[in-house]
Design a protein around this ligand. Structure first.
Ligand code: PHE
Length: 446
């Protein structure tokens, strides 16, 4: 097993990390959050948070993971951290359950939409008809449940085969393909009648929109999209070797991840305005807008199917990283075999996913603070638990962790002097990230 516990190549490291970051967060969640929270102002806030808070906290996770070579809980134990910091590990495992609970449902929808694209969505063409189709499908009991179950089977099957073989190979081949197909759709979206209006919505910030609510959502989106704040990156960094340049990996991941989200916006918003969909439609947004785009293109069924296949794979590389947090923990701390660890995780996740799938149909009336089970999992994990985890990680790395560990880990192998960006990262971890996250929590949640 030991040799299977490291990422083999430099490309493998990037592919797995970017594979975790790029997923439904960029293509499904970003457009719907951006559409509900002020367009350009949201994008601007998101980018500032990704760079000023996201990159430093990614670096903190990398340092903790690689210096200890352990899972989320084991890492804090190895560092002899106080109970408060060890709770970051537990928080991460808990958060991964919650995210899996709603994420796998959306991934299941993608699988259904592969099939629906191929069959031309039953011949419907108007936005209203796509709306109705989505309603009918998502409120059904068995069809979405079946796809979600199938998605989870795929996920846990790959996980049970081991880290490197499963994850590395899948990511390095298909991620570039997703990127290319998104570029093709961007070019096409720019030829749509309301392209200018859509781009203006996405790119032109209206500063009066920067309310506490928008800032909280943008912060949550940055954490969610970058997979940061809950230990995925601690776990992955424990599979990095000493040659992996941490700051560069963090920066490249953030840049590519943001690029994919912006590309999704460049496709969705011109299409929204051209086909008469409201940008604030919520989680259903891309499942109604994208089919209108595909069906207006030549060979649209094939484009649509190819797109949803790639989105399915992108989701899979993200859920693999989420599952790995928990499985690595069971393996490392409870000395369990990978098969047993996988089975335990899968049963917990299965229950969560079933409940959140049913919250679009029979359980739609069951709400907490006005949120259905699905929306609750989404809101609590991204807007509360991940930034909270990020804040604790920043304070731990900035104030408690031995500074020489940080300097040593962040200085690339073979470089003698500590590079100038290291103090910048430390500054954010000590002051900027904790203060900003706290301020946004206080204003946005109260
Ligand atoms: N970042 C992933 C995405 O954008 C989702 C994710 C969140 C993955 C948290 C791992 C941890 O789809």
């Amino acid at each position: 097993m030991a040799h299977n516990k490291k990422f083999n190549t430099r490309l493998g490291v990037i592919a797995a990390t970017v594979g975790s970051a790029v997923g439904l967060g960029n293509i499904w969640r970003f457009p719907y959050e951006c559409g509900q929270h002020g367009g350009g102002a949201f994008l601007l806030a998101y980018i500032v948070f990704a760079v000023a808070i996201g990159i430093p906290v990614i670096c903190a996770e990398f340092v903790i993971g690689r210096s200890t070579g352990k899972n989320v809980a084991g890492a804090f134990k190895a560092l002899r951290a106080a109970p408060l910091w060890r709770s970051v590990g537990w928080l991460g495992i808990f958060t991964s359950f919650l995210i899996m609970g709603f994420y796998s449902v959306v991934a299941g929808w993608c699988m259904d939409y592969i099939w629906q694209s191929l069959t031309g969505f039953g011949g419907v063409a108007t936005e209203a008809a796509f709306h109705e189709r989505f309603d009918e499908f998502s409120s059904d009991v068995w069809r979405p449940l079946g796809w979600t179950a199938l998605f989870l089977v795929a996920n846990f099957w790959v996980i049970s085969r081991g880290v490197q073989k499963g994850i590395e190979r899948i990511s390095s081949v298909l991620m570039p393909l997703l990127f290319i197909i998104l570029a093709v759709f961007c070019v096409y979206a720019l030829t749509l009648p309301a392209a200018a209006e859509g781009l203006e919505f996405l790119l032109k910030p209206d500063f009066s929109q920067l309310t506490p609510d928008v800032l909280l959502s943008a912060l949550g989106q940055a954490f969610f999209s970058l997979s940061v704040g809950m230990g995925v990156l601690i776990t992955y960094a424990s599979y990095f070797n000493r040659q992996t340049p941490l700051v560069r990996t963090a920066t490249v991941t953030t840049a590519l991840d943001t690029l994919v989200a912006v590309m999704a916006g460049v496709i969705i918003f011109p299409a929204c305005f051209s086909f008469g969909e409201a940008p604030a439609a919520g989680p259903r947004l891309v499942f109604e807008v994208l089919p209108t785009v595909f069906m207006s293109m030549p060979l649209g069924r094939l484009w649509g199917a190819l797109f949803f296949i790639l989105l399915f794979v992108a989701s899979l590389t993200s859920t693999l990283s989420l599952t790995e947090v928990t499985v690595a923990y069971f393996e490392g701390e409870h000395k369990m075999g990978r098969g047993k660890a996988t089975a335990i995780d899968a049963s917990g996740v299965g229950v969560m996913a079933a409940l959140s799938s049913l919250s679009f149909g029979p359980l739609a009336g069951m709400t907490v603070c006005g949120l259905t089970f699905f929306n609750l999992l989404d809101f609590v994990s991204s807007n509360i638990l991940m930034p909270l985890g990020g804040m604790l990680l920043a304070v731990y790395a900035g104030w408690v962790l031995d500074r020489s560990i940080i300097r040593h880990q962040l200085t690339p192998e073979g470089v003698r002097r500590v590079p100038a960006y290291v103090p910048l990262v430390v500054f954010s971890l000590k002051y900027l990230a904790p203060v900003a996250i706290l301020a946004i929590f206080v204003t946005g949640l109260l």
